[in-house]
Structures are given as C-alpha cells and as structure tokens.
Design a protein around this ligand. Structure first.
Ligand code: KIV
Length: 263
C-alpha cells in the first residue's frame, strides 16, 4: 500500500509527536530501498564525497556532483521528503548566488535544501525560506568546517553549550523547518531539543533528539571508516563480497551460466 507523502509542513509538525527517521542516499537504488523502508526523510548528503566518491572529506564535493546524485536519488523516492545538501562554496557568498544554487537543487528533484552553520547562514536561510525553498539547518560538528575545528570533534561541550543552543535557535528563527545536531553531547542535544521549536535531528547526539539521521553506508557497513555513532544494522559489505565471490567461483568452475541462464 502506498504511504502518505511526507511534506515539509508534516515533518515540522511531527515535533514532540513521533520520532523522525532520516537517512542519506545518493542514487536511485539507495533512495528506493530507503523509501521502501518507510523512512521520513532522505538526505542526499555531501557525505557523498566520503562514502561514494572516495574523497577524504566533504570539502571537494561540487555543485554538479551533488546535482547529478540528487537527480538520480529523486527517481527512487516516492513518499519520503527529499533534501539536498548544499556543498561547500555554494552558500558562503552572496545570498542571491545561494538562491541560484538552491534553485538548481530543486530543479534536480529536491524538495528542500540543507546548509551548515548558525549565525553565518541566517540571512541565507531567511531568503531561501522567503522565496519558497524550505531549509534544514545543521549545527554542532559541521564537517565543512573541519579545518576550522582542527578535526572531527564533538561540539557543544562545557561552556560551548549555550553558544550551540543559540545557533540552533537562530537557525529556527531564520525559518528552517528542522535542524541537524551532529556530534553534540547527549545532554546538550536534549536541552537544545526542548528549547528549539523545530525538530532536531541527531547524528551522534543521543536519543533525546526529535529524530535521527545516519549515513546509508555506515549502518550497512559499506564503507572503510566506522564512526562511533553508527550502528551496523546489517553487514551488507560482507554479504556483497560473499555474493561476488560465489559468482567468481561459479564462473571459474564453469557452473555459471547454466542452460536456463543462456539463450
Ligand atoms: O552529508 C551528510 O550526510 C550529512 C549528515 C551526516 C547529516 O550532513
């Protein structure tokens, strides 16, 4: 049976009512499988760089790489809300240029965009929202700022907690419909969740957020790096290698293809 389509207003209204399930996907098969699993939101994350394109981090990811994958993922999505990450360099300049880049994401099939940062991106969030492009915020450990942070470090510890809560508040006040909290102490994320009027979506931020997001390749063990916050729900990496080994053995033994598999 077809599920009801998830929309931005429904996603926002779910705060405090249901836990929201979000996952990344990067092409038609990964988006289709996630959609069939009834997730609420699919993010074409710029983690594309790490888990699909083999880059060391998200900084080299370009707008055209993102558009290519947003277009592909959009073909697999029926019910989930499809969000596209704005890659590094597309929202640090003028707000007008940011709107142009975001429009390209919408034309490629996204229903909303995500951008990293708090105060620094307030004007961009306001303008995008005004022109009808819904925005998801992202605060805490924002991977595009890895050089400024000096590594992938937990953010919002100790006396940084107030500043982090303020960043989330600003993102909400600017018009974002949800905000990702990445690598934030669980207690701080819980506080931010209670003080922020929009859904908080945690990744490495504990169970007290309004929802969770994970990277597709992390929870299926398809990558080479395993973050502490990701549970492997199925070892698809091992299953795939095993299947391909079986194929190779069958070819070498002459048992594939059979008559039924031939013309
Ligand atoms: O790029 C990405 O996959 C993300 C999630 C980790 C939230 O930003």
């Amino acid at each position: 049976m077809d599920r009801e389509k998830m929309t931005v207003p429904k996603f926002r209204a779910a705060k405090g009512k249901q836990r929201l399930v979000c996952i990344t996907a990067y092409d038609e098969p990964t988006a289709r499988l996630a959609d069939q699993a009834n997730v609420d939101l699919i993010l074409v994350g710029d983690s594309l760089g790490n888990v699909v394109l083999g880059y060391a981090n998200t900084l080299p990811v370009t707008q055209s790489e993102m558009l290519h994958h947003v277009r592909a993922a959009s073909h697999g999505v029926k019910s989930a809300l499809l969000v596209a990450d704005m890659p590094f360099g597309t929202f640090q300049g003028s707000v007008d240029r940011t709107v142009e880049y975001a429009c390209e994401m919408i034309k490629a099939g996204a229903e909303a965009v995500k951008l990293e940062g708090g105060k620094a991106v307030e004007a961009a969030i306001q303008r995008l929202t005004e022109v009808g492009i819904p925005v998801m915020g992202h605060v805490g450990m924002t991977p595009q700022s890895v050089n400024a942070f000096g590594g992938f470090r937990v953010q919002g510890r100790g006396n940084q907690a107030d500043a982090l809560a303020m960043e989330a508040r600003r993102v909400a006040d600017a018009g974002a419909f949800a905000v990702v909290l990445e690598m934030v102490p669980a207690m701080v994320a819980e506080r931010v969740t209670s003080e922020t009027p929009i859904p908080t979506i945690g990744i490495g931020a504990g169970v007290g957020c309004d929802g969770q997001v994970q990277v597709f390749h992390d929870i299926l063990n398809l990558g080479t790096f395993h973050p502490k916050h990701a549970r492997v729900f199925f070892d698809a990496g091992a299953a795939i290698t095993n299947a391909i080994s079986n194929y190779a053995d069958s070819v070498r033994a002459g048992s594939f293809p059979t008559d039924e598999e031939s013309f």
